[in-house]
Design a protein around this ligand. Structure first.
Ligand code: NAD
Length: 500
């Protein structure tokens, strides 16, 4: 394995990565063969960051073949050597901190605060995952058969295909790539077309510098319409780890059963997180939590607080304090430290949010705070007295739009909170921790946070949703179970008597 410290002089080690122009397949940076390029555009300045030659079906096939070949040796590399690569990646992201944060801001329109959070979670993931290679365990099981030993061995799946979205591109790709590699699998990743750099190519640069052998990680940047279905249908991957919308996730899940080989899927999908404020909540804390949980990254997070459900006893006080605080949020240039709300990722996505706002206004829902888009920056919106059955409350808004819903008592709040097709995350605010826990247990979501925001994902903590928010779990022991397969092996040491 390569040791970058020996092979690089300091100038190389400090040089900014790039340019990003093509694919990373079998350890080689090369042009895609599709014959078209993808312009990567900064969603705030509208300037072009990079132009990438797109992958063809032939490139996708080459990536899977390379991964399949490289995986065999990679699986046999000792745990300590694998750990070194992740620890080296930590050193690299520390050294390249400013470069990475600036790229996240430029490519995904993240505010500086959010980009720093994303950088920190990527670093944390590398650190946490560095311990995974030595944590894989098997079992010896009880048996009634004399002279028999029954074991369950645990090993890598083989090749894992990863499809990631644009909202936390580096974190969400890393959340799948790092444990997949740590467990001895090889990976082909297809980042979102909006964020091919921070969702894939930048990550490949880091692993390459950290000494990951060629072919173990491959990045294909291509149009979903061209390579999307083939990515899942291809016979090589044993598992497709998809993070994105429920609509596309459902399609991926169906394809995984249709190709020449059946494959497992992990589907981390959309959300409609309720933030419930009970009548005994600390009002100031609840307002601050609902605000940050809603407006962080312009509301473009699967766990974002999509509905704020407030008990009638404190509803008026909550609404006036919330609207006052939201009106003070700053929006505009994401590069500036003081900016709270940056641009929406694309014009298409912005148009979709504006259409939902228009429909809500047309339906007579009261808009307490709003404003016109400036470029792709949408000022924060607050709708009050929202009906939970309305399209506004039932759709994943994925923008800086906060619907507030009135609940008549705790039971009603629970019914409202659970009245959604989604079940990813949720939050409840109350001064009574026992009451919070009882309430949390009845929420039909994979994750609930008492007296904190609905947005949280730590590499040592379980992550995942219920209902139409997905299938599967991430992080720590949960991802070890997902990205490995169990193999039952029995050994009969004494001759057995068979019935015939
Ligand atoms: P999306 O489903 O449109 O796209 C996700 C990824 O799938 C992208 O890389 C896209 O290029 C790719 N894709 C689209 N069609 C494909 C196809 N036919 N075959 C293969 N790949 C295809 O989602 P998005 O707009 O990028 O992301 C926003 C959505 O993701 C929201 O619904 C959000 O809630 C969800 N999300 C979920 C989680 C989670 O952990 N549950 C995290 C982040 C985002």
């Amino acid at each position: 394995m390569k040791d970058w410290r020996k092979e690089m002089n300091m100038n190389e080690a400090t040089r900014v990565y790039g340019p990003y122009e093509g694919q990373f397949i079998d350890g080689v940076w090369r042009a895609g063969k599709f014959g078209e390029t993808l312009a990567v555009i900064n969603p705030y300045s509208a300037q072009q960051i990079a132009e990438i030659s797109l992958a063809s079906l032939e490139d996708l096939d080459a990536a899977y073949i390379a991964a399949e070949k490289a995986q065999i040796e990679w699986a046999s590399i000792p745990a300590s050597k694998k750990r070194e690569i992740f620890l080296c990646a930590v050193e690299i992201v520390d050294r390249r901190h400013a470069e990475i944060v600036d790229l996240i801001i430029a490519e995904s329109g993240s505010t500086r605060l959010k980009a720093e959070m994303e950088w920190a979670s990527v670093r944390d993931t590398f650190l946490e995952v560095s311990g995974i290679p030595s944590r894989v365990e098997g079992r010896i099981m009880a048996t009634d058969v004399a002279g028999k030993e029954v074991r369950v061995h645990r090993g890598p799946l083989g090749v894992i295909g990863i499809i990631s979205p644009w909202n936390w591109p580096m974190h969400l790709s890393t959340r799948s790539i790092a444990p997949a590699l740590a467990l001895g699998n090889a990976v082909v990743v297809k980042p979102a077309e909006e964020t091919p750099i921070t969702g894939g190519l930048l990550i490949a640069k880091i692993y390459e510098e950290a000494g990951l052998p060629p072919g173990v990680l491959n990045v294909v940047v291509g149009r979903s319409a061209i390579i999307g279905d083939a990515f899942t249908l291809h016979p090589v991957p044993k598992f497709i780890s998809f993070t994105g919308s429920t609509r596309v996730g459902r399609h991926i899940g169906q394809l995984a059963m249709q190709g020449p080989t059946l494959k497992r899927v992990g589907l981390e999908l959309g959300g409609n997180a309720p933030c419930v404020i009970l009548d005994d909540a600390d009002l100031d804390l609840a307002v601050r939590g609902a605000l940050f949980g809603r407006f962080l990254h312009q509301g473009q997070i699967c766990m974002s607080t999509n509905r704020i459900i407030v008990d009638a006893a404190i509803y008026d006080d909550f609404v006036s304090l919330f609207v006052e605080r939201v009106s003070k949020l700053t929006y505009g240039d994401p590069n500036l430290m003081e900016t709270n709300i940056g641009p929406i990722i694309s014009k298409r996505q912005l148009d979709g949010i504006c259409a939902k706002i228009r429909e809500a206004k047309d339906a007579g829902i009261h808009l307490a705070l709003g404003g016109e888009p400036q470029g792709q920056v949408l000022p924060p919106h607050v709708f009050v007295d929202v009906d939970n059955a309305s399209a506004l409350a039932q759709s994943e808004l994925f923008g800086p739009v906060a619907p507030i819903i009135k609940a008549h008592g705790e039971k009603h709040a629970l019914i409202l909170a659970n009245e959604t097709e989604f079940g990813l995350s949720s939050a409840v605010f109350t001064r009574d921790e026992g009451r919070g826990l009882r309430f949390a247990k009845r929420l039909q979501t994979g994750m609930t946070h008492i007296n904190d925001i609905s947005v949280a994902d730590s590499p040592n903590t379980m992550f995942g949703g219920e209902k139409n928010s997905g299938i599967g779990r991430f992080n720590s022991d949960w991802i070890i179970a997902e990205f490995t397969c169990d193999h039952l092996i029995t050994m009969q040491s004494e001759p057995r008597q068979y019935p015939f």
